[in-house]
Design a protein around this ligand. Structure first.
Ligand code: ADP
Ligand code: MG
Length: 698
């Protein structure tokens, strides 16, 4: 048995392995590329490829793949073996620098949003040396970016790397200006807490809705739900313990620092949180984590559900995106400092974030928009669709004092020589938690809580990085020509002004209330309740300007992404409507007919025995018949309305609107009648597992 430190990262071509395997010069050149993004020469790539291949073969690998993240939100891989025939029926194992650095998968079947006509379907993948290669089931996986031949990004990694560079550039400039001259790079750090459900695999397979759509489209709530709050942090059941144990081991082997695990609020719901890493690695790790979660579940006769709302009536699953920035000198920029100058830096960064979230709240909302997440946001189990910031009492007081030139307490503020007031030191407030806030300061990081469980964490971080880069860029422009003596004063004025302009986005109260919705409206904040409401704002002029000016997306890339998002919405709902139609007709209605037959048999024997049928049974029979009729008429309507959607086939926005406004409410209506009928039907007549079984038998 390997010890955990031995096991940890054993499937990763990590720094330790690189140092051991690579010639010294090659190692140094590679480190430079990883740290500063400098170009990698082909001879270095060749040397790295040889070392990587040897290591991979030692680990039992026979193939390699460029592992990438197309706009499906999943990961993709095409495996090539290392073998090269050398004649006489013999082969050698080869892997060149060229193969490491660049791949050319056929891209025609990945979503491109009209970016690439099929006849020029070639795309290419290029190695991202900042995320380490790893081995998965006998294949060496090389994390790569994926672009079209003309250079447009077709994936989730490319814009993330671009946004990290943009933020690094702007943050470094302002830190240098504030006197941190040794800082050369600022990285974004991300820790993503992942929620999921575990259910029995056989029961899962009995549910076509779960199989086709990831969520239950019908199903009455079990007598017990989450109302007793007895599942949250509760003792883990043995099957779950075994699963989590295996999951940890598999993640650790891949160098994913799985740290925390516990039961969540809903029955059968759990959470895993890793230790944070740089955004790029954290995004890759989260994609891998979701994949491993599903695979390990399979081995245990379980199914891991990552859909945002698998069950009606209990909480769905989300993903918290903990986010901060760290300098190459090791300073967390969201750590309130111990000295006044550290605090100036903290306050500038904080202000940049407040401004960014206020100005680009629509983009943050869009970055978490998906058909699945629409069932959570604003439904009192996840933050509202309105994006606001929670700062906690302490920090809000501090900002108030700055805005109004007040001295906060005796100890808390000191007067600078320039007349500006700054804080000597304030402690971080870790305990003040407001779970209803979408974007909360939690001591030394922000926690963006609106993400759905299935989402790639790339998108929200692209928006955050870029929007904050923009604030910092503007701050730099304002401060760059100020003399050293006047800098404190200028910073103070800047913070005061920004606070006045952007404090409307700060809200420390309960985000679940109707009053907040009204209040937010009067503050002029965005309220974009659904994906369809949110998505069109993606290409608002200010957003196009933001992304293009920082080199994150071209206008063409933005349009293509919008098209993909809309198509994803309409297709998802289309599949849901068809699946529901099928399940109701083929599974549910036949079960109700069987029950009707049983009742009718009872009525017959009652007549034989007693001379007339029993009134109660007659009532049950007629109630059931009425319900059947209403289900049949609603499902017929669903069939018709789904068909009518075809008229919008060429317009994804109109089509999405139609599904949202017409088909979705009809599905809800149908579901409520089906669920009210399901509770009448004996379990053995239903051809699928009920909520009772799904939620309480693992
Ligand atoms: P919670 O109470 O919300 O579960 P935790 O303290 O468990 O909070 O932390 C949640 C996540 O935040 C973890 O993944 C952790 O690694 C991450 N985290 C901590 N510090 C930072 C940071 N500076 N940047 C990004 N993520 C961080
Ligand atoms: Mg959290």
């Amino acid at each position: 048995m390997k010890s955990i430190p031995e096991l940890y990262g054993s499937k990763v071509f990590n720094d330790k392995i690189m140092r051991a395997k690579l010639p010294k010069d090659t190692y140094k050149a590679l480190r430079k590329t990883i740290q500063n993004g400098t170009h990698l020469e082909l001879d270095v790539a060749n040397a790295v490829a040889v070392a990587m291949k040897e290591w991979a073969i030692e680990q039992g690998a026979t193939h390699y793949t460029h592992w990438f993240q197309p706009l499906t939100g999943k990961t993709a891989e095409k495996h090539d073996s290392f073998i090269t025939p050398i004649g006489d029926g013999e082969v050698i194992m080869e892997f060149s620098g060229k193969e490491l650095v660049k791949g050319e998968p056929d891209a025609s079947s990945f979503p491109s949003g009209g970016l690439r006509a099929t006849f020029e379907a070639r795309g290419y993948t290029s190695w991202d040396p900042t995320s380490p290669a790893f081995i998965k089931e006998g294949t060496l996986c090389i994390p790569t970016a994926f672009c079209s031949y003309s250079g447009e990004a077709l994936d989730k990694k490319t814009p993330l790397l671009r946004s990290m560079d943009a933020l690094s550039k702007e943050a470094t400039k302002i830190l240098n200006l504030l006197g941190q001259t040794e800082v050369k790079r600022v990285n974004t750090t991300v820790g993503s807490e992942q929620e999921y459900f575990l259910i029995d695999k056989k029961q899962y397979e009995s549910r076509k809705d779960l199989v086709f759509t990831g969520r239950t489209l019908i199903g009455a709530m079990s007598p017990k739900g989450q109302e007793m709050n007895d599942h949250y942090f509760g003792t883990l059941r043995p099957r779950v313990v075994d699963y989590m144990h295996d999951l940890d081991e598999e993640l650790w082997k891949l160098g994913i620092p799985s740290k925390t695990k516990h039961n969540e609020v809903a029955p059968a719901q759990h959470e895993m949180a890793p230790v944070f890493d740089t955004a790029n690695v954290a995004v890759d790790h989260n994609q891998l984590t979701m994949e491993v979660m599903k695979k390990v579940a399979n081995k245990h006769g379980l199914t891991c559900l990552l859909h945002e709302k698998p069950f009606d009536g209990i909480n769905g699953s989300g993903k918290h995106n903990n986010w901060s920035m760290i300098t190459d000198t090791g300073i967390n920029l969201l750590e309130p400092g111990k000295t006044p100058s550290e605090n100036i830096q903290f306050l500038i960064v904080l202000m940049a974030i407040i401004k960014a979230v206020d100005e680009y709240a629509d983009l943050l909302r869009i970055s978490v928009a998906s058909p699945g997440n629409d069932h959570r946001l604003g439904a009192n189990e996840a933050p509202p669709a309105i994006i606001s910031i929670f700062l906690g009492e302490e920090l809000t007081k501090v900002l108030d004092a700055i805005e109004h030139d007040e001295i906060l307490g005796k100890q808390k503020m000191i007067q600078m020589e320039t007349g500006a007031t700054v804080l000597p030191h304030f402690f971080k407030d870790n305990t003040d938690r407001n779970r209803t806030s979408p974007f909360a300061f939690t001591g030394n990081k922000f926690e963006f809580r609106s993400l759905g469980s299935e989402l790639s964490v790339s998108g929200p971080n692209v928006v955050l990085n870029t929007a904050v880069a923009e604030s910092l860029k503007q701050f730099y422009e304002e401060l760059k020509d100020v003399s050293k003596d006047e800098l404190d004063e200028a910073v103070h004025e800047l913070i005061k002004r920004c606070l006045k302009n952007h404090k409307r986005v700060i809200f420390n109260g309960n985000g679940y209330t109707d009053e907040w919705v009204k209040e937010a409206e009067s503050r002029g904040l965005y309220n974009l309740p659904s994906t369809v409401d949110a998505l069109p704002h993606f290409i608002d002029p200010k957003n196009v300007e933001l992304f293009t000016s920082h080199g994150i997306f071209t206008e063409t890339e933005l349009n293509s992404r919008l098209e993909i998002l809309l198509e994803n919405y309409e297709k998802t709902l289309h599949i849901e409507a068809l699946a529901m139609d099928e399940i109701v007709r083929k599974d549910f209605l036949p079960a109700t007919l069987k029950y009707a037959e049983k009742l009718s048999d009872t009525l017959k024997s009652q007549k034989e025995l007693l001379g007339k049928p029993g009134q109660n049974t007659l009532d049950m029979y007629s109630d059931l018949t009425k319900k059947q009729e209403s289900i049949l008429s609603l499902v017929n309507e669903l069939t018709a309305k789904t068909k009518e959607a075809e008229q919008y086939a060429d317009d994804p926005l109109k089509s999405s609107r139609y599904y949202h406004d017409t088909v979705l409410p009809l599905m809800d209506e149908l579901r409520s009648v089906v669920d009210a009928t399901e509770i009448l039907i004996p379990e053995e007549l239903l051809p699928y597992a009920t909520y009772d079984q799904l939620l309480f038998t693992v």
